[in-house]
Write a protein that binds this ligand. Structure first.
Ligand code: ME8
Length: 509
């Protein structure tokens, strides 16, 4: 029986077009998904778009469209980018879909019926760009404490969620589940925030209409974050608690950016508690990308457009760079120079060269046919042991979502391969007919080690892995049962590889 795994990305607002930040979260979810699938899990990978709320309504008005026209147009751009980035999602949810609206109405009614949503009056501040409510004491000079943009005073009838009631239960949950909020520094921030005291949360609005109506009181629309967070269960068929919901809920991990941690680590768990549903196992907040040292913003015109990057450098180079350059959980800086450096040194030089050298030599010395190895020497065994250690390390690092460490572990074996060639000097062995068996063994070790490298790389760089494995004569998709040493068979035909990643020589502006 296969184990299930459920991973989600945020659902992205349709008032903005996709940029490198959105691509980052979605890519991380994809790599985790592909790795878990490789290891034999049945994975449900959810992404989608957040299409309701005042922000989207305003953007649509400004564009002279209806909100749904805007959403239809922009969600296609997200889907097109995910296709181009080789994102293997299982489902794409839109909050304007019937299945979602039905689930949101249901959970709202359920919480209302049991007394944790009540009608009151709201008089405080609202930040539309963040879709967030603030109190008098939280706003600073009429500005949002999160994004520093102007807030507006709201006084309206509103439904409130009794969030205060769940303060202690949430703290106890965080305490009892040290891995619930990651990374650790972020967990501490949330604990302090909750300890300061949770107020009841306004969960409806009357001043605009683009949203899901409050059941039984259509003057109100449901607060966009209440609506959006619920996507993680409506996509599984909730309120139907059989089927996918039973199979995949609670989520194994919600991947998000640090900007929206409070919604996922405070609001969402308390909504679920009130609805009597299990909480997600983990919420992981990654850091933010700046661009060439600056905050990415439309006004600075420095928004990095993933389509352009992929056209210029290739999809796998972009996938590699984003996850290798910055430890997941920390902030990072994007620069073209850093990307070109990674391509030239890690991909062209280390990875590509190793494959070229090895496949060229086996063609030269053995007509491209894998030979059965003799007994391994100490050097061979050390190389083999390092390769086997890589498989275990990657497993441990992926468990922690330490993508860059997993890639580092793989690259240690790539470097070891290049060093192994220098040490064993196959060209010298080839000159001595009595060393034929020894030469065959060296070739075997080189190719078998790389087979395992490409197996693991299939999660990160699916196209490169497929190419690498094709050169290595491996038929079929990589799978967990092929992750041990010694499966490359005698007689397998190895093709001389073309460079996987040509060096980039051009000067980058
Ligand atoms: O917040 N660096 O949607 P959103 C890294 N609809 N990641 C970044 C980034 C950057 N510079 N900029 C954005 C929303 N992101 C809500 C979510 S979920 C129920 C509702 C990524 O379109 C990061 O994952 O503003 C962040 O959390 C997300 O985009 C915000 O996307």
């Amino acid at each position: 029986m296969s184990r299930t795994f459920y991973v989600t990305t945020p659902i992205y607002y349709v008032n903005d077009v996709p940029h490198i930040g959105h691509a980052y979260t979605t890519l991380a979810a994809d790599v985790l998904t592909r790795y878990k699938r490789l290891m034999g899990h049945e994975v449900f990978f959810l992404t989608g778009t957040d299409e309701h709320g005042q922000k989207v309504e305003k953007a649509a008005n400004a564009a002279g469209e209806t909100p749904l026209e805007l959403a239809d147009r922009v969600m296609k751009r997200f889907q097109a980018l995910w296709e181009k980035l080789d994102i293997s999602y299982s489902d794409f949810i839109r909050t304007t879909q019937e299945r979602h609206k039905r689930g949101v109405s249901h959970i709202f009614s359920k919480i209302m019926e049991q007394g944790d949503i009540y009608l009151g009056e709201y008089e405080d501040w609202y930040c539309t760009p963040c879709e967030t409510f603030w109190t008098e004491t939280q706003v600073i000079d009429n500005k949002c404490p999160d994004c520093n943009r102007p807030v507006e005073k709201l006084k309206e009838e509103s439904y409130f969620f009794r969030m205060s009631k769940y303060q202690e239960a949430l703290l106890a949950h965080i305490e009892a589940n040290p891995d619930f909020i990651q990374p650790k520094s972020k967990r501490n921030e949330i604990v302090s925030f909750v300890k300061e005291g949770l107020r009841d949360l306004s969960v409806s609005r009357t001043s605009f209409t683009w949203g899901i109506p409050v059941p039984g009181n259509e003057k109100h629309v449901i607060y966009v974050w209440f609506d959006a967070l619920t996507n993680y269960i409506t996509a599984l068929g909730y309120p139907d608690e059989a089927g996918d919901f039973a199979r995949f809920w609670p989520a194994d991990v919600h991947l998000i950016g640090k900007d929206i941690l409070r919604f996922h680590a405070v609001y969402w768990p308390t909504f679920l508690m009130a609805a009597g549903l299990p909480l997600p196992k983990k919420v992981f907040a990654h850091g933010w990308w700046t661009v060439e040292g600056q905050k990415m913003s439309k006004s600075l015109q420095n928004v990095v457009e993933p389509n352009m990057l992929i056209d210029r450098y290739g999809v796998d180079a972009v996938r590699y760079f984003l996850l290798r350059e910055v430890p997941f959980g920390l902030d990072g800086d994007f620069s073209h120079a850093a990307l070109v450096h990674r391509i030239n040194s890690d991909l062209a030089n280390d990875l590509g060269n190793l494959l070229n050298r090895s496949t060229a030599m086996i063609n030269k010395y053995f007509d491209g046919l894998v030979q059965t190895p003799e007994e391994l020497t100490e050097t061979d065994s050390a190389y083999r042991a390092k390769t086997e250690e890589m498989v275990r390390q990657v497993e441990a690092f992926m468990e922690e979502l330490a993508f860059s460490k997993a890639l580092q572990a793989i690259w240690e074996v790539v470097s070891a391969g290049n060093k192994y060639i220098d040490e064993t000097a196959p060209w010298t062995l080839a000159k001595d007919p009595s060393q034929k068996g020894r030469l065959a063994t060296v070739m075997y070790c080189l190719l078998e080690s790389q087979r395992l490298v490409y197996f693991l790389l299939s999660a990160f760089m699916p196209r490169t892995a497929a190419k690498g494995l094709a050169y290595l004569g491996w038929e079929g998709a990589p799978a967990a049962d092929g992750l041990s040493w010694g499966m490359l068979r005698e007689g397998t035909r190895i093709t001389k590889a073309e460079p996987l990643f040509p060096r980039i020589e051009d000067k980058i502006e």
